[in-house]
Write a protein that binds this ligand. Structure first.
Ligand code: FAD
Length: 194
């Protein structure tokens, strides 16, 4: 998967990074915008070509085995560590779980106050999401000039459908299969019928 079309993946010094590596606004590789596979490819490139890691500030962010003078428990070897910072995919999966669960627990009929709160949340979320390239595309999708993607917040049914469409817009961008939105409640609220 790629982080989307928004990010350039050439370092300020002209070094070309592997496909899918997205840079942060400060010009350094953005881990939360990049898949683990692309990140690994970049580290491999860095280890063979030497200069990239230092130039991109990777040394500080990719250290996987550390010891500290305050702990007596040695860190496990890097290859067995699974509790690592999220890549764009893990962050995405966790966030979709949160967002769809938000719709599943939304009132069947929402008060104007609740709708205002949720509108503010979506505005903040789409500005603060840690993968900036994802956030930018999501904001642009919501702000489609036709108005067709504006959040629909009057009820759980409306909001759940809207979130499913939002997720499908990202699925399409990434070349993934779209989800049939008729089944969003089975997936995220009631569970599947036997
Ligand atoms: P996910 O897409 O994470 O889906 C998790 C589960 O949700 C699926 O297993 C399925 O059961 C269910 N599901 C799938 N589609 C729908 C739907 N339409 N409605 C309801 N349920 C559904 N990644 C990038 O590389 N680039 C991006 O620009 C990007 N933008 C993102 C923007 C946002 C707002 C979020 C939250 C994530 C974004 N991601 C992006 C991450 C990406 O969407 C995926 O989360 C990630 O690629 C992992 O995908 P996955 O195949 O494991 O399943």
């Amino acid at each position: 998967a790629t982080a989307g079309p928004s990010g350039s993946n050439t370092l300020p010094d002209g070094t070309k990074l592997p496909p899918g590596v997205v840079l942060d606004k400060d010009g350094k590789p953005c881990k939360t915008c990049t898949s683990a596979a692309s990140w690994r490819a970049m580290l491999k490139q860095a280890s063979t070509s030497g200069g990239i890691a230092a130039g991109a500030g990777l040394a500080a962010t990719t250290t996987t085995s550390t010891t500290s003078s305050t702990t007596s428990i040695p860190a496990p070897p890097a290859s067995t560590q699974t509790d690592c910072p999220p890549d764009v995919e893990e962050l995405g999966r966790s966030t979709w779980t949160f967002l769809h669960t938000l719709t599943a627990t939304y009132p069947t009929s929402a008060t104007p106050e609740k709708q205002t709160q949720m509108r503010s949340f979506l505005g903040l979320f789409s500005n603060l999401y840690p993968c900036w390239a994802c956030a930018e595309d999501f904001r642009n999708w919501m702000a489609d000039p036709s108005g067709k993607n504006e959040p629909r917040l009057s009820s759980r049914a409306e909001f759940g459908q809207w979130m499913c469409e939002a997720h499908n817009a990202v699925n399409r961008k990434l070349g993934k299969k779209e989800f049939d939105c008729r089944f969003w409640e089975e997936r995220w609220r009631t569970g599947w019928k036997d």
